[in-house]
Design a binder for this molecule. Structure first.
Ligand SMILES: Nc1nc2c(ncn2[C@@H]2O[C@H](COP(=O)(O)OP(=O)(O)OP(=O)(O)O)[C@@H](O)[C@H]2O)c(=O)[nH]1
Ligand SMILES: [Mg+2]
Length: 332
């Protein structure tokens, strides 16, 4: 007599095989790699460092990072498999598009950044007017530097010592929208009472501000998600505030480690309903990823203009620069 297995058992078996394949398939899709890392997490014998090292980012992610300006993968034996895959993908792409790639992106620009209010207590918040974007994160991760970088300004004060920004600072981006620089959370050098005061201030702003359109949680790419960040994600999630992760200081990581870091961060936010699943990847020092981030912010705030606008702005700037250097040369 022939025995048939119930359908749910077949599905379960297929899932097991798929998971096993995911572990041996070296360069699978991003989704598979994510499964891959969660499998690794189940293996309690591995240290976090070992789990991190075992992540195998897909070629797609490397291509994205390369496009954003984070360098290229070394042509060593270690990455020869990835290079072979890349060559194959290029070949396929060439077949379909005859090498006519997408047109180059213009340089997106923000209008002039200016400080207009600082608040140490909710009573000092300026009245709600234009839409707002807030930058939060642990101390010293690079929030203030990031605001300067996207706005091509040096108005926001930065420091290599943690705890510089000690109030909520409001900046005008021309007359388009506001950018808000927050004090860092999880700052160890202030006493408990002060830390609690900052936490309440930030929580009040984030939960009560009607004009707040997006919270960017900034993480240092070298450290990824820490306990203080998880607590903050939970708070944002419980208050149903939509947020997005920005990984900064990405210039301080070699490309493979940066790709692995992105995957671990994506794993952290997978289950959080209010987290935007796309992670922004930038460096305020080299400006890699900044132009793309600027474009996304302008789109989010409803102020993204057609490419021709930014091309014209750039052409006028270039013309002015050329005139300036010409007159300087003639004076010499
Ligand atoms: N290499 C590198 N350094 C960065 C980057 N962004 C910021 N930094 C440095 O990190 C340090 C801290 O930067 P801040 O922008 O002041 O950090 P913050 O998050 O505003 O700090 P608090 O105001 O104390 O919460 C400074 O020394 C910056 O120069 C980056 O993308 N790459
Ligand atoms: Mg700061």
């Amino acid at each position: 007599m022939q025995h048939y297995r119930p359908i749910h058992q077949l599905f379960r078996q297929a899932a097991v095989v798929d998971r096993q394949l995911a572990l041996v398939r070296p360069f699978a899709s991003l989704a598979t790699v994510t499964n891959n890392t969660s499998n690794l997490k189940e293996n309690t014998n591995l240290s976090n460092r070992q789990k991190f090292n075992q992540i195998q980012p897909p070629i797609k992610l490397y291509e994205k990072l390369e496009k954003l300006g984070f360098g290229t993968l070394l042509k060593t034996k270690r990455y020869s498999g990835l290079h072979k895959q890349k060559a194959k993908r290029d070949q396929q792409r060439q077949k379909f598009t005859e090498r006519v790639g997408p047109p180059p992106e213009p340089k997106y620009t923000f209008p002039l950044l200016s400080f207009f209010a600082g608040a140490k207590a909710p009573t000092s918040f300026p009245p709600e007017s234009l839409d707002e974007i807030a930058f939060v994160g642990r101390s010293n991760v690079g929030k203030s530097s990031l605001i300067n970088s996207v706005a091509e300004s040096n108005v926001v004060r930065t420091s290599d010592k943690p705890g510089l920004t000690q109030q909520i600072n409001f900046y005008n981006v021309g007359k388009l929208f506001h950018m808000i620089d927050m004090p860092g959370y999880g700052f160890a050098f202030v006493d408990d009472a002060e830390r609690e005061q900052w936490r309440q201030l930030m929580e009040t702003y984030i939960t009560e501000r009607k004009t707040l359109k997006r919270v960017y949680v900034v993480l240092d790419a070298r450290h990824g998600v820490k306990v203080a960040d998880i607590d903050f994600f939970k708070m944002l999630n419980s208050k149903q505030v939509k947020f997005q992760i920005v990984l900064t200081k990405c210039d301080l990581l070699v490309l493979p480690n940066l790709a692995k870091r992105i995957i671990t961060v994506e794993n952290h936010i997978q289950q959080l309903r209010n987290a935007v699943k796309d992670v922004v990847v930038v460096s305020s020092k080299t400006n890699a990823g900044i132009n793309q981030f600027r474009k996304e912010m302008l789109f989010l705030m409803g102020h993204l203009k057609p490419k021709e606008f930014y091309e014209a702005v750039q052409a006028t700037k270039d013309e002015k620069e050329a005139k300036k250097s010409k007159s300087l040369n003639s004076k010499r």
